[in-house]
Design a protein around this ligand. Structure first.
Ligand code: AMP
Ligand code: MG
Length: 692
């Protein structure tokens, strides 16, 4: 089976048409590719859905794409039913049986009559029950009183799916009996229409360009976020989840035993799939600080961020070649060992076993072993083979002697022992065994990781969608670079700096421009940013003064906490949630804005991007300066290495942008009082230690 390009998920309905306005319990469908998820489509009734499916499949096929299409109703019935009804064990005989008998229109269908007629064939007391109509239906009991059937109540799959309904129940919230009966005729027709391109899972091998797969979103999909209809959210999230699954992992999940009952995709793989589900929405109070906190120590503030923030971006799939800097969404295991076979680490001559001290002579076989060749030709005991670095050891060889350590005598080699058995060889899997975890969820992939993933045969990885971080400057005094600055105005320095920091931190920076100190303008800008970004970073207006509209607005929305953190340089941070999007309100002062970004926003953004929590990495170096500091605030000084000592910028003035530019990093001084003298060890964190 090769991979699929398009994933279409369908949430079916067995009832009459839904309203004109999108609603729950109607038909929903969603189309996703590995890079995009389209908005879910509302299909009011089955005739509309069938036409939409036919058109969509035709368009996908015309574009040469392979399509996996999932339907949320069973493709088969409990064992024995199909054979008893149709005389054949072929599940498609049952599909066609229903297709020939079901009559369907937007406002009426005969499903209860068909169920009653089937019951009458089997003695009139089952297997179907529950009549959703006002009129009585011959053969279809309203309740299970007097119910009798010889068919199993559930398929094998349903015994593994907690909360799944039995197919025999034809009415009632969540029952699938009607959905399957009204869905299988549609599948039967689509299958015929797109023959021979359709393969149905798990009845047929998926070696054709269209695959029909039975899904059950409730198995793995979480609660819908605000503003989403449950079915709309389910098709969206399953489509995205499937598109994010690396093809090898998907193929493994699709590899199930074939029975006429069918199976539910993902059974037994719930944990792996849930790891790919969309993250739960952020809570409005996620930034609340315990009441009574005045000036929080830096570590307490960091711990609050660490424990409350989680990923806000969902997983997607990515080629290993494009995965540099991406955040892994799940653990990745090695499909293949590295090295895959025992091989030689040197150019030399291979033979069996070690040799004791003394002179040894071995005749050479005629062939050679070079890298990339299958080790198909054996080497008889008492002979040796010419073998080059990286070549697999052929049968009969477990030891290699370096070519520099032998002399040739015609077709023989001569060498002196001792040589240990296994010398100069690498064992299969000595680096990585098949099935080992090679990279853990939350890892930000490095060039070396790409080498490791490739070496063990991984071609695609599940990663988090990039975190889109909007950057907005606030202040009446600001003029964008290139504009005319009147007296009293200043150029917007924070925005290019923050956009640069966000980019260097590995996220997708989105320029939200600048707004004056005007509450309505700020509200409009935040509103329009919500659809474009995952997080908003603002600078300026975050304190509690009259012109501090960022904090005022977030306060008004009832979702703000002012974080007064014992840090220098720094002013209060305004942390809040605007329509579900976290807002990081930084101080306007460029030095404080940069320091607060590195110390607080960088780890918070990493966490929201799905990466593991990252504490800054610094090291102790001798101070090239002298300084006294009082207890109370943790202090960060603009600093750089000069020789083997660290120097700090001559002025601690918080408006001195030149000092930021001069520096290679920050010196971090502890919360308590210190007196640093020349040569004392101080902690220096280079920009790279913050993840830049
Ligand atoms: P605020 O946090 O709004 O009270 O601003 C604090 C200081 O930072 C003021 O001197 C502002 O003029 C300055 N400031 C605010 N935003 C920026 C910016 N984007 N670029 C440069 N300086 C700024
Ligand atoms: Mg301001």
């Amino acid at each position: 089976m090769t991979g699929f390009d398009t994933f279409i998920m369908v949430d079916w309905s067995g009832g009459n048409q839904g309203g004109v306005k999108p609603q729950a319990d109607a038909i929903w469908a969603c189309v996703a590719s590995r890079s995009t998820v389209q908005p879910p489509v509302y299909l009011r009734h089955r005739q509309k859905a069938e036409a939409w499916l036919a058109d969509t499949l035709a368009a996908e096929r015309a574009a040469g794409r392979r399509v996996l299409i999932g339907f949320d109703f069973p493709f088969g019935y409990p064992a024995g039913f199909g054979a008893a009804l149709t005389g054949s064990d072929d599940p498609f005989a049952l599909w066609d049986w229903f297709a020939a008998r079901i009559e369907d229109a937007p406002t009426a269908n005969n499903r209860f009559d068909v169920a009653g007629a089937i019951n009458q064939r089997f003695g009139g007391k089952g297997p179907f029950w529950a009549n959703g109509l006002k009129r009585d239906v011959p053969g279809l009991p309203r309740t299970k009183a007097g119910y009798e059937t010889t068919f199993p109540d559930r398929r094998a799959a349903e015994t593994h799916a907690k909360g799944a309904f039995t197919l025999w129940q034809m009415a009632g919230v969540g029952s699938v009996g009607s959905q399957a009966m009204m869905g299988l005729p549609v599948l039967s027709r689509l299958r015929a229409r797109f023959a021979p391109d359709v393969a149905v899972w798990p009845f047929e091998p998926l070696d054709r360009p269209i695959a029909f797969v039975e899904i059950w979103p409730s198995l793995t999909v979480g609660v819908a976020p605000d503003g989403w209809i449950k079915d709309q959210w389910q098709v969206h999230d399953v489509a995205r989840m499937m598109a994010a699954l690396p093809p090898a992992q998907l193929a493994q999940m699709l590899d199930v035993p074939v029975t006429a009952e069918g199976w539910i995709f993902g059974l037994g793989h719930e944990a792996e799939l849930r790891a790919l589900a969309a993250p739960p929405p952020l809570k409005n109070d996620c930034f609340a600080l315990p009441s009574g906190v005045t000036w929080a120590p830096v570590d307490q503030a960091l711990e609050a961020l660490r424990s409350r923030l989680g990923p806000v971006v969902g997983p997607e799939s990515c080629d290993v070649a494009d995965a540099l800097g991406r955040v892994l969404a799940t653990d990745v295991t090695a499909p293949r060992a590295h090295p895959p076979l025992p091989n030689t680490a040197v150019d030399g001559y291979g033979f069996a076993g070690g040799r004791a001290e003394g002179l040894h002579r071995l005749p050479l076989v005629a062939h050679q072993m070079t890298a990339g060749r299958a080790p198909d030709q054996g080497v008889p005991a008492g002979t040796a083979v010419r073998i080059l670095t990286g070549a697999a050891l052929p049968p009969g060889v477990d030891t290699v002697i370096l070519q520099e350590d032998i002399t040739r005598d015609g077709d023989d080699i001569l060498f002196h022992g001792p040589i240990k058995p296994g010398a100069n060889t690498r064992k299969a899997g000595e680096d990585v065994a098949a099935g080992d975890c090679v990279a853990a969820a939350g890892r930000v992939l490095t060039p070396a990781d790409l080498a490791l993933l490739s070496a063990v045969g991984v071609a695609q990885v599940p990663v988090r969608a990039p975190l889109r971080v909007g950057v907005l400057s606030t202040g009446d005094e600001l003029v964008a670079a290139g504009g005319d600055a009147g007296p009293g105005q200043i150029y917007d320095a924070n925005r290019p700096m923050l956009l640069g920091l966000v980019t260097r931190l590995g996220h997708r920076a989105v320029d939200l421009g600048q707004v004056p100190d005007d509450r309505a303008a700020l509200r409009d800008r935040l509103d329009s940013a919500v659809g474009q970004v995952d997080v908003i970073v603002t600078s300026g207006g975050a304190s509690a003064g009259d012109a501090d509209h960022v904090s005022a607005l977030l306060n008004e929305a009832g979702a703000m906490a002012q974080w007064r953190i014992a840090i220098k340089p720094g002013r209060p941070l305004a942390l809040g949630v605007w329509q579900g999007k976290p807002v990081f309100g930084l101080p306007g002062n460029p030095v404080a804005a940069m320091v607060c970004t590195l110390v607080f926003a960088a780890p918070a953004l990493a966490q929201m991007a799905g990466a593991a929590w990252c504490a800054p990495r610094g090291f102790d170096v001798p101070a090239g300066f002298e300084k006294r500091k009082k207890a109370g605030r943790r202090e960060y000084l603009r600093a750089r290495m000069e020789g083997d000592k660290v120097q700090v910028f001559a002025s601690e003035g918080s408006g001195r942008i030149s000092g930021l530019s001069w520096a290679d990093g920050l010196v971090e001084l502890p919360d308590g009082a210190v007196h640093i003298r020349h040569g004392d060890p101080v902690r220096f964190i280079p920009w790279g230690g913050f993840g830049l």
